[in-house]
Write a new protein. Structure first.
Length: 375
């Protein structure tokens, strides 16, 4: 089959540097990063700024104490004490909402950058719509789930909804502590499903068209880990076995991340669904794990160089002219924002380059086998 052409891959990965259209995407990525940084940090700075300016840690502690003043509610003669709602809203609900919006926006920007890379690679792609953005979010979650647990099912969204309900109930437990018990029961139910489902797929997964897995035997990792955790208190040998399995688990996580490396380019260029995109990526990367690993290594090395070299040069200049430490700290914060868009462009172009080469070397249809593979 032949290995990847790494010289062509690196050349294509930097092809954005000579394209005028790049400026638009750099500014877009930079603007989005700054906006969400302000949205995340802004409310906290506005609240804490007067106390920080006064240099009073005691006043900051007092502020947090005031936000967390217990609210006493008397219902039927029983006093229910809960934490104040303002603390939850400011320090939990708002950041979570902003994070969710930032993920959606990041996915949309990622799609635009991928389309930019597709045009450079002369890869055709379907029209991107709001519904496709929603499916892109599902792919994002499905990839993360598969890499973590080595399987994913079409109905996995039910666990996601249950987890969200559990989190909401945990937050609302400040009003009614009984809701915390319900939240715990939900999360215990999710944990039970995560343990039992792999065993079911291990014996019947190849006949389940709604499931995707990397390797049949990877499905046993989580159940085995749970058993070893339970047995670890009985004998030190179980602790050693647990450590070995944990190391193997981390290695397999990295292996699975390589196998789904092309899921995003497949999804955006072929117009397939989330699970079909993952299946196609598994086919494209089958037998080419080392090739994709080298490509990821190149990505990591270039990212480090793009970040470390400018930071080292700037740090040397600041040290030479004897600037205050605060300026040095500021530069450490600013450099990632300036270099970040360039690293993003390089990473997306490299991934599309790998996808393009693998696609030319592999005969694969957009809708691949719907079985949990044996290898």
């Amino acid at each position: 089959m032949g290995s990847l052409n790494y010289s062509e891959l690196v050349k294509f990965s930097f092809s954005w540097a000579s394209n005028r259209e790049t400026i638009k995407y750099v500014l877009l990525l930079l603007a989005v990063s700054i906006i969400f940084l302000v949205l995340f940090v802004g409310p906290f700075l506005l609240v804490l700024a007067p106390f920080l300016a006064a240099g009073s840690v005691g006043l900051i502690y007092l502020l947090f104490s005031l936000l967390a003043i217990p609210l006493s509610l008397e219902i039927g003669g029983n006093e229910l004490v809960s934490m104040a709602l303002p603390a939850v809203i400011i320090f939990l609900a708002i950041p979570l909402a902003i994070k969710f919006v930032s993920v959606i926006v990041d996915l949309y920007i990622s799609a635009l950058v991928n389309f930019f890379a597709f045009r450079s690679a002369k890869i055709t792609y379907p029209k991107f719509s709001l519904s496709r953005l929603g499916r892109f979010f599902i792919l994002f979650l499905a990839e993360a789930f598969l890499v973590s647990f080595f399987w994913v099912h079409r109905k996995i969204w039910i666990l996601g909804v249950a987890a969200v309900i559990g989190i909401i109930l945990a937050c609302l437990s400040i009003i009614n502590p009984a809701l915390l018990t319900v939240s715990f029961l939900i999360f215990w139910g999710i944990a039970l499903v995560l343990i039992i489902a792999p065993l079911y797929l291990f014996f019947a997964g190849e006949h389940n068209s709604d499931a995707v897995g990397v390797n049949k035997y990877f499905l046993l990792f989580l159940p085995v880990l749970v058993v070893l955790i339970l047995l670890s208190s009985l004998h030190w040998l179980f602790i050693i076995l647990l450590a070995i399995v944990l190391v193997a688990y981390l290695v397999v996580i990295f292996y699975c991340s390589i196998r789904v490396f092309c899921s995003t380019p497949v999804f955006l260029s072929k117009g397939t669904g989330a699970l079909d995109s993952i299946r196609t990526s598994l086919i494209l990367t089958k037998g080419r794990v080392v090739d994709v690993f080298i490509a990821m290594l190149i990505w990591g090395l270039v990212s480090i160089l793009l970040f470390v070299v400018p930071l080292t040069i700037l740090d040397s200049i600041l040290w030479y002219i004897h600037t205050p430490p605060s300026i040095g700290i500021f530069s450490v914060v600013v450099i990632p924002f300036v270099i970040g868009p360039l690293i993003t462009l390089f990473g997306v172009f490299l991934k599309v380059g790998v996808y393009s080469q693998l696609l030319s070397k592999t005969k694969v249809k957009p809708t691949a086998s719907k079985q949990v593979p044996k290898n």
